[in-house]
Design a protein around this ligand. Structure first.
Ligand code: SF4
Length: 307
């Protein structure tokens, strides 16, 4: 019988998602609700956020050539390939770059290290839109898993390592430790590339995995940070499922579960949690909720200036 639901202390929208969503919200407000605003790629990796904007007149495109001249174009939180913003501006578009400043930080590190003569190793998932953007900045050797390390053939006294912002903290530590064995001169970045939000949410889910019989991650299949949360719970020995909404919850998962852990990925809106709790109450009766309020991460970015 479900007695308790423990929520992730750090959960839901991170500062970068807030920043990107706010940019589109503010642009809709400025141009008038229903105005045609274009966004390259999904603004953040969550279908509920994207569908909400589509209903309000936002058009999502993969290719900037699909955007008519003299339109507003917002670039997504994950960052864009080098030169794309300038190319869009040259096409006569008003471009607002909602790249998360913590993704831009990795771009700047890549440029700085490249100029300083470092060979760069980038730990990432190459099919992710953030990685595609970062890889366009300077030449880099890509490591997607430990198996790639032996293939690296680098002769340089100066080697630095960068990472995608939403990877598994533990897996990246393992990869870097192995890289260091092969390349003792390896330079890491002063401040981790894996962002504070990824780290906090992974720490939270480790705690949930200790306390709960089952852990649900509210997020999306296309979201890297969602998938890493499920993996983190599973690595801690806890069964975990990724759900997009309460509709994905299966009755058989809850059989024998007294304490359920629930968290939201960095791009999952909080209203989904309210719906899930309402559904659970209706189906299983009342239960205690622990960590009702999420902890304040004390990080925010100044909104983009729109004109
Ligand atoms: S997960 Fe981290 S890097 Fe990605 S948008 Fe959020 S704060 Fe920025």
């Amino acid at each position: 019988m479900l007695r308790e639901v423990i929520l992730g202390k750090f959960r839901g929208f991170c500062a970068g998602v807030d920043y990107a969503v706010e940019a589109v919200e503010n642009l809709l407000e400025l141009r008038g609700e229903g105005a045609r605003v274009y966004v390259r790629n999904k603004i953040v990796h969550n279908n509920h956020v994207v569908e909400n904007f589509v209903r309000r007149g936002v058009v999502f495109v993969d290719d900037i050539s699909d955007v008519p001249p003299d339109s507003d174009l917002v670039l997504s939180a994950h960052g864009s390939p080098l030169g794309l913003k300038e190319e869009a501006e040259a096409m006569g578009l008003r471009v607002f770059d909602a790249v998360c400043p913590l993704v831009s930080k990795v771009h700047k590190e890549a440029i700085r290290d490249h100029k300083a003569g470092y060979t760069i190793i980038y730990i990432c998932h190459t099919d992710h839109v953030e990685a595609k953007g970062t890889m366009s900045y300077v030449p880099m050797h890509v490591v997607e898993g430990i198996g790639d390390i032996e293939k690296l053939d680098i002769i340089n006294d100066k080697i630095s390592v960068l990472t995608q912002t939403t990877l598994s903290v533990d897996y990246v530590e393992e990869i870097i430790a192995k890289l260091r064995v092969k390349f003792p001169q390896l330079k890491t970045q002063k401040k981790d590339d894996i962002c504070y939000a990824t780290q906090n949410r992974q720490d939270s889910i480790k705690e949930l995995s200790r306390l709960a019989d089952l852990v649900l991650v509210v997020g999306a299949e296309i979201s890297s940070n969602s998938k890493r949360l499920v993996e983190t719970a599973e690595s801690a020995g806890r069964t975990s499922f990724l759900i997009e909404s309460y509709l994905d919850i299966r009755d058989e998962w809850l059989g024998g579960v007294g304490t359920l852990g629930i968290t939201l990925s960095a791009s999952a809106p909080e209203f989904l949690l309210d719906e899930i709790l309402g559904h659970l109450r209706k189906t299983y009766g009342d239960f205690v909720i622990t960590n009702t309020h999420r902890l304040d991460e004390k990080i925010s970015f100044k909104p983009i200036v729109l004109s």
